[in-house]
Design a protein around this ligand. Structure first.
Ligand code: ATP
Ligand code: MG
Ligand code: FE
Length: 354
């Protein structure tokens, strides 16, 4: 079956067509993404109103391009899937309404997809991966360790109690005068830095829960930057390297305990796997650390290609295809949800990304 996917939850406007065969193998026929980085760059972050307007302007053209590149007219599409949440409400409305209108006009089944579920299932599109597995989602809006037990069965083992990890990279970059988005800039600067130069905290390290916290780390970076000011290029590099090391140590602590917990829960799983997704997964130092940790613990390590780790519509189309194959479908009455935790549990009181 062929599914058209639409993604407009944040600052990427995206449309894609994927194919899923009878045996569950997936293939991407087209995957068009328009990033709004340039529109938001002057503000150092995503401005919701600008994002919503940009989605309106770009979406129709992107859908036409995705269908065209896939060589599949709308009449040959078997289902339409769109992100219904979580995310910025203005953008979600644009994508969801467009998808519903197409589904209604072309008389196609419709799937309202949780953006996080898209990230969670991507590795099943790119790799031969069976349930259950662990997912570490680290992006600009989310930082979660998720136990993916099956389709629609997601258990959140840990989440951030304040900033998302990508957000911590972005804020660190901003206060050091590095360009937006901050992650790639911090990673680049860190290459020339000494990770032992600045002493930074390892938030929540050694605690039994699997949650994350990054706002204290960001505050410590600000303090270090103030003490060393005016900052030379070497100072900036050293702070970035120290920050990245602190992040790696913190992730390693949470991930190694998650791997152990997975083993306890699923001792019979022959080849357990950890999947990493989200924009921060592009970071080579963090990737190398995770890869090593998995190798040491007998876990398979899967990192989908970068363009499928960051926001895209192929993952939304794929989630739609998995649900379609499962006999699921959604009514056109469904409303967008700015907050929509994957496991359906109540959000913690303090923040938690979006
Ligand atoms: P979400 O996916 O949660 O809705 P988002 O759109 O902000 O939010 P992504 O597009 O997946 O998330 O990722 C963007 C984030 O990834 C930014 O915060 C960016 O700084 C971070 N990032 C990108 N490359 C790197 C890198 N090499 N190292 C660290 N962080 C990175
Ligand atoms: Mg993004
Ligand atoms: Fe995302």
């Amino acid at each position: 079956m062929r599914v058209l996917g639409i993604e407009t939850s944040c600052d990427e406007t995206a449309a894609a067509v994927i194919e899923r065969d009878e045996s569950g193998h997936g293939r991407i026929l087209s995957n068009v993404v328009l990033s709004q980085i340039a529109e938001h760059e002057p503000y150092g972050g995503v401005v919701p109103e600008i994002a919503a307007r940009a989605h309106v302007e770009a979406l129709d053209g992107l859908i036409a391009r995705a269908l065209d590149e896939a060589g599949t007219p709308l009449s040959e599409i078997d289902a339409i899937a769109a992100t219904a949440g979580p995310g910025l409400i203005g953008g979600l409305i644009v994508g969801l309404m467009t998808a519903k209108a197409l589904a209604l006009a072309a008389d196609k089944p419709f799937h309202a997809i949780n953006h996080l579920e898209g990230h969670a299932l991507t590795a099943r599109l790119t790799d031969n991966l069976a349930f259950p597995y662990l997912l570490l989602l680290v992006s600009g809006g989310h930082t979660q360790m998720i136990l993916v037990r099956g389709l629609g069965q997601y258990e959140r083992l840990g989440t951030t109690i304040d900033d998302a990890l990508g957000e911590a990279f972005d804020k660190t970059a901003k206060l050091l005068g590095l360009p937006y988005p901050g992650g790639p800039a911090v990673e680049r600067a860190a290459l020339a830095g000494d990770p032992k130069r600045v002493t930074l905290p390892r938030p929540l390290k050694g605690e039994s829960r699997l949650d994350f916290s990054f706002s204290g780390l960001k505050t410590a970076v600000r303090q270090a930057a103030t003490e060393l000011a005016p900052l030379s290029d070497q100072d900036v590099a050293d702070i970035c390297a120290s920050f990245q090391r602190a992040v790696a140590d913190t992730l390693a602590d949470r991930v190694s305990r998650s791997l152990a917990r997975f083993r306890e829960r699923f001792p019979e799983t022959a080849e357990p796997a950890l999947v990493v997704a989200g924009g921060v997964a592009a970071n080579k130092a963090l990737r190398a650390m995770l890869e090593k940790l998995c190798a040491e613990n007998g876990f398979r390590f899967l990192a989908p290609p970068h363009e499928l780790c960051t926001d895209n519509a192929a993952m939304i189309a794929w989630a739609g295809a998995e649900h379609a194959a499962n006999g699921d479908g959604d009514s056109l009455d469904i409303a967008p949800r700015s907050r929509w935790p994957l496991d359906g549990a109540a959000m913690p009181l303090i923040g938690a990304g979006r």
